[in-house]
Write a protein that binds this ligand. Structure first.
Ligand code: ZN
Length: 624
C-alpha cells in the first residue's frame, strides 16, 4: 500500500515523497482506517485525503463549506486528469441532475459538496445509488460550536455517513482547540478514529506584538527595514486603499485587495504580488484562501482579528518555504473596544433577521415553499431601502441566515452571467406589443435558453450577439433595458453577489436560531476575543501562548518579541552570528527580524564596541 500511495503521489502530483505527517495520514487511510488529521495551514491538507481516496474503488465525496475552495480543488484535480465535479448552489436543477447521473455512471472520482447539500432530500435519495467508498470532511472544526466557524449543517454529516455503506472517513482541519478536537472525534467518528496531529509550531515564524498608538508611522518604519513579500491585514476596504497609497508614497510598492474590487483587479493585484512585482498586498481578510505563495516574509496586522484561530491562520501564510518569516500585530486598547462592538453587531435582534429574510422574499416575489435551486441578485442597498435597516444589521443577518442553513450566498465574481424571465406570459405579450423593437431579441433568448422561464439560466452574451448579428454592446444594452423594465432578471457575471435558498422559503415567523448559534455562540466569540487580547497584551512567549491555546505543550520559542525582551545580548549575538555574518549593513537592515534601522545600528555598534563583530570591506563578520 505504501508503494501504491507513493506511486499515486508521483504520478499525479509529481512528488517523490510525502511531507512529515502526510505519509502517516495517507497510509492509515489507504488501509481503511478512519482518520482525523490536524494539520496547520500549508500542511498539504488536500493531498492527505485525495491520495487515499484514489486507493479505494468508488466515489469520494468531499464536504467543504467554501465554494471558492471547491472550485480550486476541482480545477486542480481535472488538470491532473482526475475526473472531479462539484455541486454548488449556483448550478440549477438540470445541471445538478446531470452531474449526479454522471456519478451514477462512474464518470467522476471526486464529488465536492457543501454541507447544506446533505440536507437536500433529492441528493440523499440519489446518493443511495452511488458507490461511495470515501468521505472527506474538510474544515472539520465547523461541526463544533466551540470552533471559530460553526456551521450547523455540519451536524448532518454523521447521519449522512450512516446512509452509506461503510465508507472510509477522513476529517481534516487546520485549527482546533482541545474542545474542538474532542467534539470532532465524538460527533463524526463516535470516538472510533485514528487522530494524527502535526505540531502547530512553526519554527521559522516569529510572532510579534507592538502596542502602538501611531500605527501608520510604526507600520512604515517597520516595513522600511524589511525585504521580500508581505501581507498587511486591515479591517476595511477603505483602509486597504489608504494604507496601500501611504506605503507607495514611502516607496514601498503595495496594492490593495478586498472583496469590493472587480475580479480583474483582484487577479491582477494577486498576480503582481505573487510575481514580486509589488512587495506588499494590503488586504482585508477576504485575502487568504488558496494563497500558495511560498516566500511570504512577513504578515502584519494593522487591525487585529477577533480570534486566535484567525490570527494563527493569517500569520501562517508567511514562511511556507521554511525560511525565516515574521508576524507583527500593531495593537492598542481601542482595537479591543471596537472588536467588542463588532461582536455585538454580529448578533442583531432576531426580529431584524426575520425582516431581512422577509425583504428578500418580497424583492424577488418568492412564495413560501419555493425558491430553491435558483439564484437571486443580492443588492444590499435595495434591502436597506425596503427594510429600513442599516448595512451592518443586514450583513450580519444574512450571515446568520446562511449559517443557520436558510440561504447560501455567492460572492460576486464566482459565477457566469444568468438570465431568467420575471414577467408573466401575459405581461410579456403586452410588453412586446408595446415595444416591438425588443421582440427579435427576446425570441432569440427563448430559442437558445428554453428553461429561462423556470430558472436563472447561464447565458453567453457572445452567443446572443452572433445569433442576433449585433455587437456585444448592443446585446448588453438590450439585457440591461429588459432588466430595468422588469421583464427579465439579468445577472451579469461577477457584477453582484447572489443568493439562493438552501432550503425552500419558510414564513419569516418560523425562522429560528438554536441557542448554540446565537446566545452561546456570542459568549464563545467574547471568550475568544479575550484570548486574543491576552495573546497580545501578555508578556510571555507568544508562540507558546498560541500553541497552548491549541492544546500543545511548548517551550518559549526564542523568536518572538516577548522572548527577545527576556534575552540578554549574547542571544542577540547568536542571532547576528547565525544570520548576518558576511552581510553588508544594507543586508542587515533587510533581515526579517523585528528590529528597525536604529535598533540594528545600535546592536551593531554595541557588537563592534565589544569587539565580537568586525567590519571587513563593508561586510560584518564575527570575530573568532
Ligand atoms: Zn517566544
Amino acid at each position: 500500500m505504501v508503494a501504491k500511495t507513493l506511486h499515486l503521489l508521483k504520478k499525479y502530483w509529481g512528488y517523490d515523497a510525502f511531507r512529515d505527517k502526510q505519509s502517516e495520514i495517507v497510509n492509515a487511510s489507504a488501509y481503511g482506517e478512519h482518520v482525523f488529521a490536524l494539520l496547520p495551514t500549508g500542511g498539504g491538507k488536500s493531498i492527505c485525503f485525495q491520495v487515499p481516496a484514489l486507493c479505494h474503488k468508488g466515489l469520494c465525496i468531499v464536504i467543504t463549506p467554501l465554494l471558492a475552495l471547491m472550485k480550486d480543488q476541482v480545477e486542480s484535480l481535472i488538470q491532473k486528469e482526475i475526473p472531479a465535479a462539484y455541486l454548488s448552489s449556483e448550478l440549477n436543477n438540470f445541471e445538478i441532475e446531470k452531474i449526479l447521473d454522471d456519478c451514477t455512471n462512474r464518470k467522476y472520482k471526486f464529488l465536492y459538496v457543501s454541507p447544506e447539500r446533505l440536507e437536500n432530500d433529492n441528493f440523499i435519495a440519489r446518493i443511495r445509488y452511488l458507490n461511495i467508498s470515501f468521505v472527506a470532511i474538510d474544515e472539520a472544526h465547523c461541526i463544533s460550536q466551540w470552533g471559530h466557524d460553526f456551521r450547523p449543517a455540519y451536524r448532518t454529516i454523521p447521519k449522512f455517513i450512516q446512509e452509506l455503506r461503510d465508507p472510509v472517513v477522513m476529517a481534516v482541519t487546520a485549527t482546533a482547540t482541545p474542545q474542538v478536537v474532542s467534539d470532532i472525534a465524538e460527533l463524526i467518528f463516535n470516538n472510533d478514529c485514528t487522530i494524527i496531529q502535526k505540531s502547530f509550531a512553526r519554527k521559522n515564524i516569529g510572532y510579534n506584538a507592538l502596542y502602538s498608538t501611531q500605527k501608520e508611522k510604526d507600520l512604515v518604519e517597520r516595513m522600511q527595514v524589511l525585504q521580500g513579500a508581505g501581507i498587511v491585514y486591515c479591517n476595511s476596504r477603505k483602509k486597504t486603499e489608504d494604507l496601500a497609497a501611504l506605503l507607495n508614497e514611502k516607496n514601498i510598492k503595495a496594492l490593495p485587495y478586498h472583496a469590493g474590487l472587480d475580479l480583474h483587479k483582484k487577479d491582477l493585484a494577486f498576480q503582481k504580488w505573487k510575481n514580486n512585482d509589488v512587495q506588499v498586498i494590503v488586504a482585508t481578510n477576504a485575502f487568504g484562501m488558496g494563497i500558495d505563495k511560498p516566500d511570504v516574509r512577513f504578515v502584519f496586522h494593522f487591525d487585529i482579528p477577533s480570534q486566535p484561530e484567525a490570527y494563527f491562520q493569517e500569520v501562517g501564510r508567511a514562511g511556507r518555504d521554511e525560511q525565516p518569516a515574521l508576524g507583527l500585530a500593531l495593537w492598542n486598547d481601542s482595537d479591543f473596544v471596537q472588536l467588542k462592538k463588532s461582536i455585538a453587531m454580529r448578533y442583531p435582534p432576531k426580529e431584524d433577521i426575520a425582516t431581512v429574510y422577509q425583504t428578500l422574499a418580497n424583492i424577488h416575489r418568492i412564495a413560501i415553499g419555493s425558491g430553491m435551486n435558483e439564484l437571486f441578485a443580492l443588492h444590499l442597498d435595495q434591502i436597506a431601502e425596503r427594510s429600513q435597516l442599516n448595512a451592518n444589521t443586514i450583513s450580519a443577518s444574512l450571515l446568520l441566515l446562511e449559517r443557520a442553513g436558510y440561504i447560501s450566498i455567492l460572492a460576486r465574481g464566482l459565477h457566469r452571467s444568468r438570465v431568467r424571465v420575471i414577467a408573466s406570459k401575459d405581461e410579456l405579450r403586452y410588453f412586446v406589443d408595446q415595444n416591438p423593437k425588443h421582440e427579435d431579441f427576446l425570441r432569440s433568448l427563448f430559442r437558445l435558453y428554453g428553461s429561462i422561464w423556470d430558472f436563472a439560466v447561464p447565458i453567453s452574451e457572445y452567443q446572443l450577439s452572433v445569433l442576433n448579428e449585433r455587437s456585444k454592446n448592443e446585446v448588453l444594452t438590450s439585457l440591461n433595458d429588459l432588466h430595468k423594465l422588469q421583464i427579465l432578471e439579468y445577472l451579469p457575471a461577477s457584477s453582484t453577489s447572489q443568493y439562493s435558498y438552501a432550503k425552500q422559503r419558510v414564513a419569516s415567523e418560523e425562522i429560528s436560531f438554536p441557542e448554540s448559534m446565537y446566545e452561546e455562540r456570542r459568549a464563545i466569540d467574547e471568550t475568544k476575543l479575550q484570548h486574543m487580547q491576552n495573546l497580545l497584551s501578555q508578556e510571555h512567549c507568544r508562540e507558546q501562548f498560541v500553541l497552548r491555546y491549541f492544546g500543545e505543550d511548548a517551550e518559549p520559542c526564542g523568536k518572538c518579541d516577548a522572548c527577545q525582551r527576556e534575552r540578554a545580548l549574547p542571544t542577540t549575538k547568536e542571532i547576528l552570528n547565525a544570520c548576518l555574518t558576511g552581510k553588508t549593513l544594507d543586508e542587515l537592515y533587510a533581515w526579517p527580524v523585528p528590529f528597525n534601522k536604529e535598533k540594528i545600528i545600535e546592536l551593531v555598534q554595541e557588537a563592534l564596541a565589544e569587539g565580537w563583530l568586525i567590519l571587513k570591506e563593508n561586510k560584518y563578520f564575527t570575530a573568532k
